[in-house]
Design a binder for this molecule. Sequence first.
Ligand code: FES
Length: 329
Amino acid sequence: MFNIRKYVKGLVDTIIKNNGIIYEKSKVISIRKDTSGYKSYTDNGAVKSKYVVIATHYPIINIPGFYFLKMYQEKSYVIGIETNKKLFQGMYINSESPKISLRTAKDGEKDIILVGGMEHKVGAKIELEDAYKELEKVAKEMYEDAKIIYKWNTQDCITLDKIPYVGEFSELMQNVYVATGFKKWGMTTSNVAANIIADRILEKENKYAEIFKSTRLQPIKNRWEFGEMLKETANSLVINKFKEPEEELEDIECGQGKIVKIKNEKVGVYKDEEGKIYKIKPICSHLGCELSWNDLEKTWDCPCHGSRFDYKGHQIYGPAIKDLDIELD
Ligand code: FES
């Protein structure tokens, strides 16, 4: 167990001490080859460099690289609970399914327990609130007076062979590196990635580089997973788009979101608690899959590669980098 905030602060201090400059609120939206290397463009300007490391969670470049064909995103949930009973010590994770992890944490002066798990693919059509209920059930089996004081969720990139992609981004983009697909083990595997990529740039040997090689072909040889991904993509990209929505604008209750048909077009509609309506085009700005409504967090989620947008259409999770088109009345 370690304190991630202290750890990140240490990294930031070290970068600054070594004359590094960190720009916040400067999302890179494209990377292009330049005469002397690369130019990474943001909305506020561009950065020139010889090397580029794409560590954007899900890679933001589609071609070359084709990472959208060999990885997906999974969501998982955590609850923080308090109890009057004596707490266990340590960190635990089970080996069966569903996967549940347990650890203690400090909340001010108090010790609390974090219960995590209930993973599923982003955009899956399931009752998301059930995930929290299941975690609460696990907590109550151990501590019957368990009281939920926090709950949150996150999403992670998973590769088809479950091993992260670290190293050259593509044979067609020299000096560009990638680190992704940490499968929920980002605090540890990102360190491995940092060492491998630093060694690559400094032209040093690294004995782990081959294991994580990002251009390996094994993931797409995993025929079952690859087939499932293609099926999901085909459904969301083509088949679902031809399905007529079953509900009409009038069927939407306050606090709900749905895809409905308006003037012969499919429209994503969210009605807030006051009855105000927000309309978007329910097509993902990454590669065009049809989005699904996430009732728990009031977002539009993409089942293909896991991009997410708020109910107003603003991008909140990649690989999409653009907002959704808004439907005007
Ligand atoms: S995230 Fe790729 S199409 Fe939506």
